[in-house]
Design a protein around this ligand. Structure first.
Ligand code: FPP
Length: 262
């Protein structure tokens, strides 16, 4: 039987400091522009994008960030030219082959989130093998979002709950959260997007409800350790209020507001 979901996530320790994210999601954008600036084919940009991953993972590890989720291929990316989709799929398979050994040796748990049923059987097999090999690792979690879309994830979770006989009229946030591909993981504290676009692009829609967003002009293949440190610094300066207030506003301000809204 084909396994359609990632294994249960390993436990997540607290970050080294409360100013650091436990979970970072990255929208790795700009591979095509990186290649175009060098008069290279787009796939050369994707290859450079793969090379950029390891230093960022190492920097996350040094900073004590336990979970990293990389947006590798969205449900919308099938609309790219056929040869680019084929090249990306080939690259995913090659990257699993070349990187899994070292990730396993470093104690990283690999999980693929997304609708894997549309991936080739060969790639599904590689994914399932990488997940099975690393399922008990606890040193860090790498989620690779492959054929992933946030809306599709929510629909899939609701369907699964319905199929399990859960009374959907009583559905609560906790139950839905647990049924997502990321069930059992902390929500991302920080979402990084490279290459300047100010969009969330169907990435971790539910989970990112209170994530801090950090957008940089740097193209993904150029995003290294220094760029990650910048993102972490920016994150540590943010004041996270989760919808509450940090301290009461001075009385005159409150009076002025209440007289305007009251
Ligand atoms: C966006 O750049 C990038 C992608 C759609 C693919 C990202 C994939 C990788 C970096 C490979 C990751 C591999 C693994 C195994 C995790 P773009 O092509 O949209 O760039 P552009 O907007 O400049 O054209």
């Amino acid at each position: 039987m084909t396994v359609l979901r990632p294994p249960a996530p390993a436990a997540t320790p607290e970050p080294a400091s409360p100013d650091l994210p436990r979970h970072i999601g990255i929208i790795m954008d700009g591979n095509g522009r990186w290649a175009r600036r060098r008069h290279l084919p787009r796939v050369a940009g994707h290859r450079a994008g793969v090379r950029a991953i390891r230093p960022v993972m190492e920097a996350c590890d040094r900073a004590g960030v336990h979970v990293l989720t990389l947006y590798a291929f969205s449900t919308e990316n099938w609309a790219r030219p056929r040869h680019e989709v084929a090249a990306l799929m080939q690259l995913f398979g090659e990257t699993i082959d070349s990187e899994v050994g070292e990730l396993h040796a470093n104690g990283v748990q690999i999980r693929v989130i997304g609708d894997r049923a549309r991936l080739s059987e060969r790639l599904q097999r590689k994914v399932a093998e990488a997940e099975a090999l690393t399922a008990r690792n606890t040193h860090g979690i790498l989620n690779v979002a492959l054929n992933y879309g946030g809306r599709g994830e929510i629909v899939a979770a609701v369907r699964e709950l319905a199929a399990r006989g859960v009374d959907l009229t009583q559905l609560d946030e906790e139950t839905l959260s647990r049924a997502l591909y990321t069930g059992g993981l902390p929500d991302p504290d920080l979402i990084v997007r490279t290459a300047g676009e100010m969009r969330i692009s169907n990435f971790l829609l539910w989970q990112a409800a209170y994530a801090e967003l950090y957008v940089t002009e740097t193209l993904w293949p150029d995003f290294g350790e220094a760029a990650l440190d910048e993102a972490l610094k920016a994150f540590s300066r943010r004041e996270r209020k989760f919808g509450a207030v940090s301290e009461p506003a001075p009385a005159p301000v409150m009076d002025a507001l209440s007289s305007r809204v009251g």
